[in-house]
Design a protein around this ligand. Structure first.
Ligand code: GDP
Ligand code: MG
Length: 163
């Protein structure tokens, strides 16, 4: 069976952008069955050294503030149960948020590899400003730009070593 890699993180950090980036092309995030809220998107990725199943989690619909933590808990729990590797994505532009801290706490308990990604680091300036993320007590961060394809392949290299 192929290993499962799940991308988690709060809405708008760039999960789907990374999903499409790893897929190598855009995939419409629409659901053709009305009334069904789709909260996951799966892709079979075989363009790197090792094949894997990629899951893009949560929130193709706007989510209210009070639903946010709930949704992130569900998302993280699913990833912790189903995935072999978790990509936890944060956003350098909005900085570290309480929701990020909460999810990071949950993920600390999981005995699976977790990659901590700080996305939207489009240039060197933000690279240097992402120091606040180290307050999470994580050893290694990947500062990436999913949109501009910066740092993504370095992260994938390490992912391949982990799979
Ligand atoms: P999701 O809700 O986590 O799936 O986030 P999306 O992938 O839908 O992206 C949310 C917004 O962030 C979109 O407007 C993206 O274009 C933007 N975005 C995603 N990745 C990057 C990035 O690397 N840099 C910048 N500047 N914007 C990004
Ligand atoms: Mg999305």
């Amino acid at each position: 069976m192929k290993p499962i890699v799940a991308i988690v993180g709060r809405p708008n950090v760039g999960k789907s952008t990374l999903f499409n980036r790893l897929l190598g092309h855009r995939r419409a995030m629409v659901d053709d069955s009305p009334g069904v809220t789709r909260d996951r998107n799966y892709a079979d990725i075989s363009r790197f050294d090792k094949p894997f199943i990629l899951i893009d989690t949560g929130g193709f619909e706007p989510v209210t503030e009070d639903r946010l933590l709930q949704q992130m808990r569900e998302q993280s729990t699913m990833a912790m149960e189903e995935a072999d590797v978790i990509l936890f994505m944060m956003d350098a532009r909005s900085g570290l948020t309480p929701a990020d801290i909460e999810v990071a706490k949950m993920l600390r308990r999981v005995k699976k590899p977790v990659f901590y990604l700080v996305n939207k680091v489009d240039g060197d300036k933000l690279e240097h400003e992402s120091a606040e993320f180290y307050t999470l007590g994580v050893d290694r961060f990947y500062t990436i730009s999913a949109e501009h394809n910066r740092g993504v392949l370095d992260m994938v290299d390490d992912l391949m070593d982990t799979l």
